[in-house]
Design a protein around this ligand. Structure first.
Ligand SMILES: NC(=O)c1ccc[n+]([C@@H]2O[C@H](COP(=O)([O-])OP(=O)(O)OC[C@H]3O[C@@H](n4cnc5c(N)ncnc54)[C@H](OP(=O)(O)O)[C@@H]3O)[C@@H](O)[C@H]2O)c1
Length: 431
């Protein structure tokens, strides 16, 4: 057997400790598959004394992960610290500069600095592997970069954030508000104490930016991802969605259109009978549509020590095997810069909920706003009638352009009888 592949791991938290565990528990199996043993020789984290549930005996300890990346005599540096800048970025740069392969689970880092890191890795002739960065345990990078390489990808979309999917599932199944479920999820450790990166859609946007680059051979352009989170999704809207035959999911979706590259993360209604509607709780799923293969769907756990470490270890095994490919599927010099398609050009149907004072003429005023912007209403519901409280009017539109929909809602919001800002949720056709 060839010499062992020598590995340094920066970050020994959930994913780092999980990676050590997989490498230790499956050492023989991994050596057979990789054609050589994989040996962790150095590790770094903040607190040396912390019990991490795995044995660190025999590993050289570094307080400074960047010094480790620079100095340790290893073939691969695994970056599992996190964060788009700071030590994570410095670790990757130092490793690449020293001719060491890099494996990372860090979507924030790659979404923001992926182009420059890929260029540096290519220049140094080393791999930059990141399977764990998108949808955790789901091998979607391999699927797009290798399995579907003969196809033109026409659409890639998915449920990319397990925390949001868990919250939306719990809200619907247990009939609880967003705030209550979020609080419970924080107590159970499913959501961070500072939940913004997840619930405001940024984590899904990081992953979508990488998926888009892999799918369309474009430079990573995270700033062009239109991003909305799930804070404004109410139980009321979830109930109406059910009634209309939909489920609300936070989807990331990327496609190349005549107006440019569309990259969007937002909560939307998907038909209850669409396969993705049945991906519940903390699960992730990605659908990639190729012109020859048609729809392919990948589902699994998008986070947690085991699933994420599974993907990290697969990336290390690729390096042990001598398997190398370009970071985003084509050489960096061939990645295209793509014009971003603005959200105003989005075309689709919309769900709208208005809270109104139940006065004579209110429906006529609302209908006039739709008519004046040439947005056609598909169906409309007005449930309870009340002299004293605002009542909901709920409607679905036919397909229209988002710019027209927004102008319509501005007109409606200005009406005296409309007592709160309209709620608008896109209905995603997925065809
Ligand atoms: N958790 C998941 O399920 C998951 C899923 C997919 C991708 N990821 C990605 O994987 C990466 C790691 O996530 P995680 O959940 O494992 O994070 P984590 O549990 O917070 O672990 C981070 C680790 O980095 C170490 N660290 C932080 N700052 C450091 C510094 N300046 N110098 C040296 N070590 C430092 C910490 O040390 P101490 O332990 O001593 O504090 C800790 O061991 C992130 O990029 C994340 O986005 C995570």
């Amino acid at each position: 057997m060839a010499d062992a592949l020598r590995v340094a791991i920066a970050g020994l938290g959930t994913v780092g400790a999980g990676t050590v565990e997989v490498l230790q528990q499956h050492a023989d199996l991994i050596a057979r598959r990789g054609g050589r043993a994989i040996q962790v020789v150095a590790v770094s984290a903040r607190t040396r004394a912390k019990d991490r549930g795995v044995s660190l005996d025999g590993f050289e300890w570094y307080d400074d992960p960047v010094a480790m990346a620079r100095e340790a005599s290893v073939d691969v540096v695994v970056e599992l610290i996190g964060g788009e800048d700071g030590p994570a970025k410095a670790v990757c740069e130092a490793a690449i500069a020293g001719g060491k392969h890099v494996v990372t689970a860090n979507k924030a880092l790659l979404a923001v600095h992926g182009n420059e890191l890929a260029e540096a890795a290519e220049g140094a002739g080393v791999s930059l592997n990141y399977e764990a960065a998108i949808a955790g345990g789901i091998p979607i990078v391999k699927a797009l970069r290798e399995g579907l390489a003969g196809n033109e990808i026409t659409h890639v979309y998915g449920i990319l954030n397990g925390t949001c999917n868990y919250i939306l599932t719990e809200m619907r199944e247990k009939r609880l508000s967003f705030e209550t479920v979020l609080e419970d999820a924080q107590k159970l450790g499913y959501a961070e104490a500072e939940p913004s990166v997840d619930v405001d859609g940024f984590d899904a946007a990081h992953k979508l930016a990488l998926l888009a680059s892999l799918a369309f051979g474009t430079q990573v352009s995270f700033d062009d991802v239109y991003t909305e989170g799930i804070r404004h999704v109410s139980l009321q809207d979830i109930d109406y969605a059910e009634e209309f035959g939909y489920r609300i999911k936070l989807l990331g979706s990327a496609r190349m259109t005549e107006h440019g590259l569309e990259q969007r993360v937002y909560p939307c209604m998907v038909a209850k009978n669409a396969p993705i509607a049945h991906v519940e709780s903390a699960y992730n799923a990605v659908v990639a549509r190729g012109d020859f293969v048609d729809d392919t769907m990948y589902q699994g756990r998008g986070a947690g020590a085991g699933p994420t470490a599974s993907a990290v270890v697969a990336d290390i095994i690729d390096i042990a095997r001598g398997f190398a490919t370009t970071t985003f599927g084509v050489p960096v010099g061939e990645l295209r810069g793509a014009e971003a398609s603005p959200i105003e050009r989005h075309r689709g149907a919309y769900y709208v909920r208005l809270m109104v004072d139940d006065q004579p003429g209110v429906i006529a005023d609302i209908s006039a706003a739709f008519r004046d912007e040439s947005v056609s209403i598909g169906s409309m519901l007005q449930r309870a009638r009340s002299q004293t409280e605002a009542v909901p009017i709920v409607l679905n539109t036919h397909v229209c352009e988002e710019a027209a929909m927004r102008r319509t809602l501005n007109r409606i919001e200005a009406l005296d009888s409309v007592v709160e800002a309209p709620t608008m949720i896109r209905i995603e056709s997925l065809v």
